[in-house]
Design a protein around this ligand. Structure first.
Ligand code: PLP
Length: 393
């Protein structure tokens, strides 16, 4: 029997059945424009505001602090460019980290070309920033700190509450890209002193192309998309009601189930990690041993290429991801793995498997069965491994 195991949930997730069912009526039945006044449009408006409430509740935000966007990338762009424009007169310095998603890093590069100065905080071997270094980086002209909640590659969770406290004390806005954390880590924007937070639907079993941003009341920010008066004039465009409904439902479910899912998924993750480290020599866990996303397993295997591992796993019906970016046409290994200090060759030989609540122990067992043989096979073909073995003698 051909297996079909999806262990790449940090890349995207399938839409949940409950979410799919909730969305369907908004295509053909309730298709009204939420800005119109007749009955059918009021259904759309009602659905829009219900979803806003669901998102707000999951973050402990106020309902009027949630704005819908077309995904995590847009929310990140909105936060950075919007704050930069609104606050550019006060200062032009932004602090972020070396391990952010490209939606943050490439936006920072764009702002750099437009006269902003960016400090990229380094991380330790586990992928954590230093609070001391953050404090020291803050200047009179610092307008924004943007630190991701949890990393998409190695799963490391940052000390968000402590960062929020520092930002508050210094009077600097704090944005966090929480795309990977939402639904997997408890978030309370009030307790954590978060001013802006990005999230995305397709990482929590809602559709792709829908996301949201939390903007604390009173934060000065310019819109990214100009046009109609939707989203309190902060994000123009006729609302994508169907997907917004899906996002609302998905975040509500994820939050209701968070405790049981964290327990279940972390147990699967630990079984996978420990099994691999036990069965496969010259393998090493990347990321933090405990402060990591419940579903994240990222391991480097010496002497082999991540890409070839992915192909052999795929031939067994297993979908995973690697830390090398050859598929995207670049020979550079992941900037995150380099930032935690991995040399190029180890970064290239890394494998990321990310689990969700619907994954099973049986699937973990199958991967633990297949992976050692795949690694052995590739090492047998590896000149690096041959040299290493010769040196051992
Ligand atoms: C996936 C992801 C994004 C981008 O979200 P999209 O909805 O795909 O645009 C941003 N940041 C992180 C950490 C992500 O994992």
């Amino acid at each position: 029997m051909k297996t079909n195991i999806y262990f790449d949930n940090a890349a995207t997730t399938p839409v949940r059945k409950e979410v799919y069912d909730e969305i369907l009526p908004y295509f053909m039945q309730y298709y009204g424009n939420a800005s119109s006044i007749y009955t059918i449009a009021r259904e759309s408006k009602k659905a829009l505001e219900k979803a806003r409430e669901q998102v707000a509740k999951a973050l402990n935000a106020n309902i009027d602090e949630i704005y819908f966007t077309a995904g995590g990338s847009e929310s990140d762009n909105f936060a950075l460019k919007g704050i930069a424009e609104a606050m550019g007169k006060k200062g032009k310095h932004i602090i972020t980290t070396q391990i952010e998603h490209h939606a943050i890093l490439h936006t920072c590069e764009y702002l750099q070309q437009r006269g902003f100065e960016i400090t990229y905080l380094p991380v330790d071997e586990y992928g954590k920033i230093s609070l001391e270094e953050l404090k020291n980086a803050i200047r009179k002209d610092t307008i924004l700190i943007s630190v991701m909640f949890a990393n998409n590659e190695i799963g490391t969770i940052q000390p968000i509450k402590e960062i929020g406290a520092i930002a508050k004390e210094k009077g600097v806005y704090f944005h966090t890209d929480a795309v990977q954390a939402v639904g997997h880590v408890k978030i309370d924007v009030k307790e954590m002193n978060i001013d802006l937070l990005s999230l995305s639907g397709h990482k929590i079993c809602a559709p792709k192309g829908i996301g949201a941003i939390y903007i604390k009341k009173g934060v000065a920010i310019n819109p990214l998309i100009h046009g109609g008066a939707q989203e309190k004039r902060r994000r123009a465009g006729t609302e994508n009601i169907a997907d917004i409904v899906g996002l609302g439902k998905a975040i509500e479910l994820a939050n209701e189930e968070i405790e049981q899912n964290v327990t279940k998924v972390s147990a699967l993750r630990d079984k996978l990690i420990n099994g691999i480290l036990e069965k496969i020599p010259y393998s090493k866990l990347n990321g933090h041993p405990t402060d990591r996303l419940p579903g994240n397993c990222n391991i480097s295997f010496e002497f082999i290429e991540g890409e070839s591992m992915l192909l052999l796993l795929d031939s067994k019906g297993i979908a995973a991801s690697s830390g090398s970016a050859c598929t995207s046409g670049s020979l550079d290994p992941s900037h995150v793995l380099l930032a935690i200090g991995l040399p190029h060759e180890k970064a290239h030989g890394s494998l990321r498997m990310t689990l969700e609540h619907y994954n099973t122990e049986k699937e973990v067992d199958i991967v633990l069965e297949e992976l050692p043989a795949i690694v052995s096979k590739l090492r047998d073909m590896s000149p690096l491994y041959e040299t290493f073995l010769k040196q051992q003698k």
